[in-house]
Write a protein that binds this ligand. Sequence first.
Ligand code: HEC
Ligand code: HEC
Ligand code: HEC
Ligand code: HEC
Ligand code: HEC
Ligand code: HEC
Ligand code: HEC
Ligand code: HEC
Ligand code: HEC
Ligand code: HEC
Length: 307
Amino acid sequence: MRRMICLVCSLAVLVAGPAAWSGEYLDGIEVPADATYVGSEDCLACHEEVGEFYAHSPHLPELGLSVPGRADIFGCEACHGPGSLHVDEGGDGWIMGLDIMRALDDVSRANMCTQCHLSLDLQYADGPHAGTEVSCADCHADQVHFGGQARPANEYRNRSEFCLQCHTAVSAAFRLPFRHRVLEGDIGCADCHDHHGGNDRTTWEGANATCLSCHNQMAGPFVFEHGGTTGEQCTSCHLPHGSHNDKLLTQDGNGLCLQCHYEVVNGDPSFDFGGVPHNGLLQGEARCYDCHREIHGSNVSPSFRDQ
Ligand code: HEC
Ligand code: HEC
Ligand code: HEC
Ligand code: HEC
Ligand code: HEC
Ligand code: HEC
Ligand code: HEC
Ligand code: HEC
Ligand code: HEC
Ligand code: HEC
């Protein structure tokens, strides 16, 4: 019989109606049906240190920042769920505590913030950090009392150094002889990446547009477009961060062009590009772009020569 009662009470927990709590963020969390929202005042009386953390923050509980559409859900309870049982029992009753919080998956951890920061919701899901172990709080340790290991952006003079504290592997590229001057502060990670979302990094759609926003002399339109630039990414010839090769080229020498202009005639590599014999032209370590100089496109020459 005791077992029966327990079964009934855990059922009650599972089917607690949505009226008791907000929306998506708490979906899937077993909130006791009789727990209600009581506001942050009581919490601060017992959890002074958390209140102190927020004292100079936009998340100050006294501001009563509520979950949009739910004026009754604000402050601590926006994240910790309805606290009436916990308060009534002097800190013993149900609250979303460490066990539940630490078991949240990456989506719920983002929802915890985007339930209020609505504009970042969809944007973040497309971003480079969605689905990684890095959540909003890891980068915003100065704004939330459970922030992760990373030092927040406002502790760095150069915003890019904030990113590099985790992305140590890419920092080497910015020390190569040819590079975008990120460490020097001339341009920043954010000029090309949106850490909150936007640029789809898996296909890097829009990368050309990003490059062209600064290098607009390559944008054309040209009378003679180079199929190797229009249809392809700037990154098929340039490394975005830094390179051992001048002009950030992915490779030195003619391999750069031959990756696409490799022709085989009768089983042998051919130097008859587009039917034009090049054996003679390529003597003396001549490079393709010594002659085909207008490689991003030309208004005068269909073979991108400047003469
Ligand atoms: C009467 C004092 C009291 C009040 C009021 C109170 N708490 Fe607590 N709370 C405690 C005590 C005691 C603990 C357990 C000891 C600890 O971990 O600090 C605790 C623990 C917690 C925990 C961690 C629980 C866990 O299992 O990890 C959270 C989260 C929490 N409280 C949030 C709140 C929130 C939110 C409110 C307001 C709705 C609140 N508390 C109001 C006393 C209180
Ligand atoms: C933006 C969401 C959010 C808000 C707002 C929030 N918390 Fe938390 N809180 C968390 C998370 C997440 C954890 C778990 C951290 C961890 O995994 O170590 C936590 C942990 C805690 C703990 C247990 C660990 C500790 O630091 O002692 C207490 C107590 C607590 N919160 C109280 C509060 C109180 C009181 C408020 C309001 C003044 C509040 N929280 C506001 C998300 C929040
Ligand atoms: C209860 C609603 C609510 C929750 C939950 C919430 N925020 Fe906020 N947050 C706000 C409001 C309102 C502001 C002030 C207006 C603004 O900047 O959007 C703010 C401001 C901020 C700021 C801007 C600070 C500045 O200097 O401009 C950051 C960063 C931030 N929140 C991060 C977070 C993170 C990270 C989480 C989750 C761990 C979170 N917030 C959870 C409502 C919320
Ligand atoms: C990889 C690190 C990183 C992650 C993850 C991250 N942010 Fe940010 N966020 C930043 C940086 C850097 C800024 C700019 C900070 C500044 O201006 O001081 C910022 C700015 C903000 C701001 C204020 C300005 C604005 O753009 O509205 C808010 C609010 C904010 N973030 C909320 C969030 C929320 C919510 C999440 C999770 C959905 C999140 N952030 C995830 C790094 C991050
Ligand atoms: C708290 C550590 C941390 C911080 C701070 C951080 N990142 Fe990340 N970032 C990661 C992790 C972890 C991943 C996923 C694993 C990976 O691909 O490196 C990631 C992924 C990325 C990716 C996608 C990489 C890929 O291979 O697709 C980009 C781009 C990126 N971050 C840019 C930034 C920028 C820009 C900033 C600064 C605003 C920043 N990150 C700050 C930890 C961090
Ligand atoms: C000039 C534009 C630009 C700047 C500035 C830039 N990136 Fe990138 N980044 C890219 C492009 C484009 C890619 C994709 C490369 C590819 O797919 O071949 C990329 C790739 C990445 C990756 C994926 C891993 C890799 O090496 O391919 C990470 C992580 C990253 N960037 C982080 C950063 C960080 C952190 C900063 C600032 C310190 C930064 N980037 C500055 C354009 C840039
Ligand atoms: C925010 C503006 C900005 C963006 C975005 C940007 N660049 Fe640059 N780029 C610069 C600046 C500034 C320089 C340095 C120019 C100089 O020193 O004369 C530079 C230098 C270069 C150079 C070397 C030029 C030379 O004369 O040595 C190449 C190649 C280049 N960028 C390609 C790219 C590619 C490819 C992308 C996209 C992945 C890109 N850039 C995105 C600003 C930008
Ligand atoms: C990413 C692939 C790619 C790379 C790399 C590339 N090209 Fe091209 N190139 C093309 C395509 C595609 C066309 C158009 C071919 C067509 O219309 O038959 C083209 C056309 C040309 C043409 C005009 C000839 C014609 O048949 O229309 C010349 C000249 C040329 N490329 C030279 C170069 C040189 C020099 C380099 C190295 C700096 C280079 N290409 C690198 C893809 C590439
Ligand atoms: C087919 C290969 C290829 C592609 C694709 C390509 N580039 Fe280049 N780019 C080159 C070569 C080769 C040079 C060096 C020419 C030289 O040194 O004379 C160069 C030089 C540059 C320079 C330096 C120009 C200068 O006057 O010093 C910039 C900036 C640049 N490219 C940007 C871009 C951008 C932006 C894109 C994408 C829209 C792009 N490139 C696509 C091959 C390419
Ligand atoms: C010494 C100068 C020179 C060098 C080096 C050179 N070319 Fe050419 N290329 C020419 C000339 C001249 C033509 C004939 C078309 C013209 O007059 O513009 C030509 C024609 C072409 C064409 C056919 C253009 C068309 O309109 O059909 C392609 C493709 C081409 N070259 C690719 C390359 C590649 C790839 C390399 C490097 C492996 C290279 N070229 C190196 C001078 C050169």
